[in-house]
Design a protein around this ligand. Structure first.
Ligand code: NDP
Length: 249
C-alpha cells in the first residue's frame, strides 16, 4: 500500500511559477530530487533557471519562460506542461514581487503591477490548469501568500492586498473545488532569507529575529518542506498555513 503511494507521488507533475530563485527554486529542487516531474517557470532569470536544470540533469525537469501576470503567456506555460509531461497534478502559485512605498505615493502602475504579478497570476494559472484537474477529478493547488496578507504591512498596502486576495481565493476555491477532489491551500511565510528581503540591513533583521519565538529568520527549505507535505496530504483544504517561526500567532 505504502509502496503504491510512493509510486504515485513519483509520477506527479508539478508546475512551479517563479521557480528560478528563492523559495520557488528551493521547491523545484526538493520536488525534483524526490522524483516528481517538474516544470520550472521563470521570467527574467534565465541563467539561474538553466543552472538549476543543469544541476538536476538526472531528474525530470523542464524550464519555461513566461510572465505569469499575462494570461496568454500563462496559457503557453500550461500548454507546454501538458505537452511535455502529459498532465498536471500540482500547481504552485509562487511567483511574486514586493515594493515598499507610502500608500499616498502608490501610482496606478505600481498598484496594477503588484496585483497583476501577485494575484492575477494565481487567477490565470489556476483557471488554466483546472481543465485537466477537473477532467481527472484530482489536483492540488498551493498559493504562496504572505504573513502580510494576514496581518497587513505598513508601506506595503498593495502587496498586502494582493496576498490577502490570494488567501480569499484559497478559501473560496477550496469550497468550490472540494467536491471535485481538488485541494487548495495557502502557505503564508513569515520572513524568509531570499533576495526579496535584500532591502533589510543587519539591524533590521536582528530586530525582526527578536520578535520571532523560534529566534531565527526562515529558510527556503522551511517553505519547501511544507509544500511537499501539502502535496502528499489528502485531507487538508482551504487552509492558510502560517510558516513563520511563531512571528504571528
Ligand atoms: P524572490 O525575489 O527571491 O523570487 C521571486 C521569484 O518570482 C523569481 O523566481 C522571479 O522570477 C519570479 N517572478 C517575479 N515576477 C514574475 C513574473 N511576472 N512571472 C514569472 N515569475 C515571476 O522572492 P521569494 O522567493 O522570496 O518569494 C517567493 C514568493 O514567496 C513570493 O510570492 C513572495 O511574495 C512570497 N513570500 C516571500 C517572503 C520572504 O520573506 N522572502 C515572505 C512571504 C511571502 P525571475 O527572476 O525569473 O523573473
Amino acid at each position: 500500500m505504502e509502496e503504491n503511494k510512493e509510486k504515485n507521488m513519483q509520477n506527479k507533475v508539478v508546475l512551479v511559477t517563479g521557480g528560478s530563485r528563492g523559495i520557488g527554486a528551493e521547491i523545484v529542487k526538493m520536488l525534483a530530487n524526490q522524483d516528481y516531474q517538474v516544470v520550472l517557470n521563470y521570467h527574467q532569470s534565465e541563467k539561474q533557471a538553466l543552472q538549476i536544470k543543469k544541476e538536476l540533469w538526472q531528474k525530470q525537469i523542464e524550464i519555461f519562460k513566461a510572465d505569469v501576470s499575462k494570461r496568454e503567456e500563462v496559457k503557453a506555460l500550461v500548454d507546454f506542461t501538458l505537452k511535455t509531461f502529459g498532465t498536471i497534478d500540482v500547481l504552485i502559485n509562487n511567483a511574486g514581487i514586493s515594493k515598499q512605498k507610502l500608500f499616498t505615493q502608490i501610482t496606478d502602475d505600481d498598484w496594477n503591477e503588484m496585483i497583476g504579478t501577485n494575484l492575477n497570476s494565481a487567477f490565470y494559472c489556476t483557471q488554466q490548469v483546472l481543465g485537466e484537474m477537473l477532467r481527472k477529478k484530482q489536483g492540488c493547488i498551493i498559493n504562496i501568500s504572505s504573513i502580510w496578507g494576514v496581518t497587513g504591512a505598513s508601506c506595503e498596502v498593495a502587496y498586502s492586498t494582493a496576498k490577502a486576495g490570494m488567501d480569499g481565493m484559497t478559501k473560496a476555491l477550496a469550497k468550490e473545488l472540494g467536491p471535485s477532489n481538488i485541494r487548495v491551500n495557502s502557505i503564508a511565510p513569515g520572513i524568509i532569507d531570499t533576495n526579496m528581503n535584500q532591502n533589510l540591513n543587519k539591524e533590521d533583521l536582528e530586530n525582526i529575529k527578536s520578535e520571532i519565538p523560534l529566534e531565527r529568520i526562515g529558510r527556503t527549505e522551511d517553505i519547501a518542506k511544507c509544500v511537499k507535505w501539502l502535496i502528499e496530504d489528502n485531507y487538508t483544504t482551504g487552509q492558510i498555513i502560517c510558516v513563520n517561526g511563531g512571528w504571528y500567532i
